[in-house]
Design a protein around this ligand. Structure first.
Ligand SMILES: [Zn+2]
Length: 225
């Protein structure tokens, strides 16, 4: 397992959001948390630009041409963007119908950066849960993936962070997360294993303990397990 050491759980600011409801108020309102990624240190784009210029020059790249002159600035902005997830509201609703089957979002795009080489890895995530007392706005599963993907990562940790966070926030009966991704540090350099993809999974609760639930989850994700 590619470790990456002990990284502190990313700090997340979760603030209750007041819902402005127009018309008749619902019997039981939706609840939402504003989710904002707070990096340990602020982003200093000027310092990043300077460092990117020094980095490129150290690799023998001349920055004199018109085309390359602005590259350090573009690099700084590109990486800042890759490391900054968009804030979102985690909206949950009471599970009034008592829905107790698997809820699964398949093929959520994943783009992240491996923290060992700082090269991108891209792929898809399949995220599912067995609802408990509350359910989630469906689009939020993709936002949760983005939230944890937009930072230097290892795929194993990303998979577990999405699953653990969903379990914490929603207290579902089970959670399953599968990520399939191609790592450019493996396909463009090193072993140059073009086309190789890496699959990671985290199962919690019923999806981990109950063989039938687990099989159903993997069958629906299309991943052979
Ligand atoms: Zn790597």
């Amino acid at each position: 397992m590619a470790g990456g050491g002990q990284q502190a759980t990313p700090r997340v600011r979760a603030v209750p959001v007041t819902r402005e409801e127009s018309g008749a108020a619902p019997a039981r309102p939706a609840a939402a948390l504003r989710v904002v990624h707070e990096p340990d240190h602020g982003v200093d784009l000027a310092a990043a630009e300077q460092a990117a210029g020094a980095f490129l020059r150290a690799l023998g790249v001349e920055l004199g041409s018109e085309s390359l002159a602005d590259t350090p600035r573009r690099m700084a902005h590109a990486y800042a963007e890759l490391f900054t997830p968009r804030p979102f509201d985690l909206t949950t609703f009471p599970n009034d119908e008592g829905y107790d089957e698997l809820v699964l979002a398949r093929s959520i795009p994943v783009r992240s950066v491996c923290e060992h080489h700082l090269l991108p890895f891209v792929g898809v995530a399949h995220v599912g849960y067995l609802p408990g007392a509350r359910i989630l706005g469906l689009s939020k599963l993709a936002r949760i993936v983005e939230h944890f993907a937009c930072r230097p990562q290892v795929q194993e940790r990303l998979t577990k962070q999405v699953a653990d966070w969903l379990a914490d926030q929603l207290s579902p009966k089970g959670v399953g997360v599968v990520i399939e991704a191609e790592h450019t540090c493996m396909t463009l350099r090193g072993v140059q294993a073009v086309g190789a993809s890496t699959v990671t999974s985290t199962l919690l609760g019923t999806l981990r303990e109950d063989a039938r639930s687990r099989q159903e989850f993997f069958a629906l994700t299309g991943v052979n397990a």
